[in-house]
Design a protein around this ligand. Sequence first.
Ligand code: GDP
Ligand code: MG
Length: 197
Amino acid sequence: MSHYPNAAFLTSANARHQFLPDTGAEVAFAGRSNAGKSSAINAIVNRRQFARTSKTPGRTQLVNFFSLGNDRRLVDLPGYGFAKVSESMRAHWGKLLTEYFTARESLQGLVLVVDIRRGLTAFDEQMIEFAGELPVHVLLTKADKLKRGQAANALLAAQKALGDRASVQLFSALKRDGVDTARSVLDSWLGVARTPG
Ligand SMILES: Nc1nc2c(ncn2[C@@H]2O[C@H](COP(=O)(O)OP(=O)(O)O)[C@@H](O)[C@H]2O)c(=O)[nH]1
Ligand SMILES: [Mg+2]
């Protein structure tokens, strides 16, 4: 059973006027392309093909809104990756994200998905800057690709780099490690009360 049984895709936005009404509460997810963001979202929502953005050309550059039910939303933010993106595309991306982060009163926090083998990059620093005063939670994902000790060291390094700017945890979409911790962060930000067990 899905952790958010009413989860559903709502719409994609390429400009501020296409954002959904700014009511209720939402949480944004960001990450460099290929960091494992879609896989993390799918694991947290517990739907295999929920966030298919990596398989949908075009959508990866849009702000994708998903409903979690009860006027609560998950927002999948665009990223970019290894390939050099054009100056104009980067400018559009910066404008879109600036508009998103400055406009959204319902935004409660940012989940930043980081490939544990790569660590925090300039892209991630930029996302943390966009988030401003908002709480940020970092998922060091693909933790299954490292040995336990290496993963623990990567966690310490990230904690040191982030200081009190963000909380951080180990995560693996493949092994489903850290899913409960990530859900607790989401639930607290979204004001979802859960009965234990
Ligand atoms: N081993 C492992 N691979 C992962 C994990 N999460 C994602 N991947 C792989 O990393 C690649 C990129 O994942 P995807 O979720 O599409 O990344 P996105 O571009 O950030 O949305 C895919 O081949 C995934 O199967 C993980 O936790 N462990
Ligand atoms: Mg993706």
